[in-house]
Design a protein around this ligand. Structure first.
Ligand code: ZN
Length: 313
């Protein structure tokens, strides 16, 4: 029998919500602005609005909902009920009793987890790592997020504090990172870093907005600054991925985020470098693959908390 759950993906700019079935298909979905600048209560109101839309849809279709999974930025308490803090893109999003508030409004069971973990779970249950048990998921965007599954279960570290792949060191003599350390992977291999480096190399004085897509476009046109910036990006990212392979020997490394949609050439360049840096014995069974679920991964993983047993979240 088909089962259904609500999946919510809370991000710094939008709240995505969906009714998902046990095969990972969206039966209904939508998104709302997060209203992050208006404070935590306003963000909560948006979450509740998304939940209410899903419940209305389910009632119309007579679907029984198993529960509501929520992916949120920051650290979630081990019982999956409270956002402890650490959500840098939503000011004031700390000590939030997420599960209690949503349960009170919806009458359904609620469980929350970290957003990158939910993307990792989504890709493992329904996407690029379907069928694999040992998975490293990396998302490359403004920062670098990560989720790891060991034996089919999310690995979270004690009290959910671990898996900060963006802050492993790739240069001990590197620049200072927002986390307080120096030379972090995120500071050198995120899309923001790629854009910053491209502008530096291009000696670009003008204030035109440049994003990762523009750098990729210039790379394809053979613009030297873009070629060098992207090669450095691959090199740093490959060091980070090789370190994860040496630690976890995953079957799949799934790479997501906008830049991962650049095309095959992006993955070929990345794979050849990872091959050079990872220990052959650790990486011999590892495939590096693009994420398949795009923006839906978070909602799918969150719903997966109620559609699949033993996810470890
Ligand atoms: Zn750092």
């Amino acid at each position: 029998m088909e089962r259904y759950a609500i999946g919510i993906d809370l991000g710094g700019t939008s709240v995505k919500y969906a009714v998902v079935d046990s095969c990972g298909a969206f039966r209904f979905g939508g998104k709302l602005p997060t209203n992050a600048s208006e404070g935590a209560q306003s963000v909560m109101d948006q979450l509740l609005r998304g939940v209410a839309s899903c419940q209305e849809f389910a009632a119309c279709e007579s679907l029984h909902l198993e529960g509501i999974g929520v992916g949120t930025p920051g650290v979630v308490s081990p019982d999956g009920r409270t956002v402890v803090g650490g959500a840098e893109n939503i000011p004031g999003w700390e000590h939030i009793e997420l599960a209690r508030s949503i349960e009170a409004a919806s009458g359904l069971r609620v469980r929350a987890s970290n957003d990158a973990n939910m993307m990792a779970l989504g890709e493992t249950l329904f996407g690029a790592a379907k069928g694999a048990d040992d998975v490293v998921f990396v998302t490359v965007g403004t920062g670098i997020g990560c989720g790891v599954l060991i034996g089919g279960r999310l690995y979270r570290g004690y009290r959910d504090r671990g898996m900060e792949m963006g802050h492993i060191t790739v240069r001990s003599d590197g620049e200072r990172c927002a986390c307080g350390s120096v030379g972090c992977l995120e500071h050198y291999a995120s899309t923001s870093a790629l854009v910053r480096r491209f502008r530096e190399l291009a000696g670009d004085g003008n204030e035109a907005e440049v994003d990762g897509k523009d750098v990729v476009f210039c790379y394809r046109e053979g613009v030297p600054a873009a070629v060098q910036a992207l090669e450095e990006h691959w090199d740093y990212l490959a060091h980070g991925i090789a370190s994860m392979i040496n630690l976890f020997a995953p079957q799949k490394v799934v790479v997501g985020g906008g830049i991962s949609e650049a095309g095959d050439f992006y993955f070929e360049a990345l794979r050849s470098r990872v091959e050079r840096y990872a220990m052959p014995v650790c990486g011999s069974h590892t495939q590096i693959v693009p994420a398949e679920l795009g923006n839906s991964a978070g909602c799918l993983g969150a719903a997966g908390l109620f559609l699949h047993e033993n996810t470890g979240a």
